[in-house]
Design a binder for this molecule. Sequence first.
Ligand SMILES: [Zn+2]
Ligand SMILES: [Zn+2]
Length: 137
Amino acid sequence: MSLKKYTGSCLCGDVKYEVEAEAESFYLCHCQQCRKLTGSAMASNIQLAPADVNWLCGESQIKRFDQPGDRTFTKVFCSNCGSALPYINKSGNSLVIPAGSLDHQIDIAPEVNIFWEDKAEWLELGIEARKCDGFDE
Ligand SMILES: [Zn+2]
Ligand SMILES: [Zn+2]
């Protein structure tokens, strides 16, 4: 693996970032805490070697939440729209990019589903559900 540039933004567009780092893993986490933090079935996180995030705009409206405990849960987000943004984890050994915040395609795929046993009971049913290219008419 090698240094790659990642660029992303929040939904409202106030916060934009770029970072050059080496991807180490891409995982989907199904634990209850990640479901709470994302409001969705799972967290989709790219873990990279620590690197400084270059905030192109909106840095002053970024907020950070660290949930104390044995496993640390962190969310860095735009205080205007709530979208998840990259952060250095509490132990300082990883940069985490929420994959949904990226503005470009990536050439890595999730390699593992962690905390699979804790997954939402509707996840697999949802993946199998009817597909529409837009709203369900
Ligand atoms: Zn925003
Ligand atoms: Zn999790």
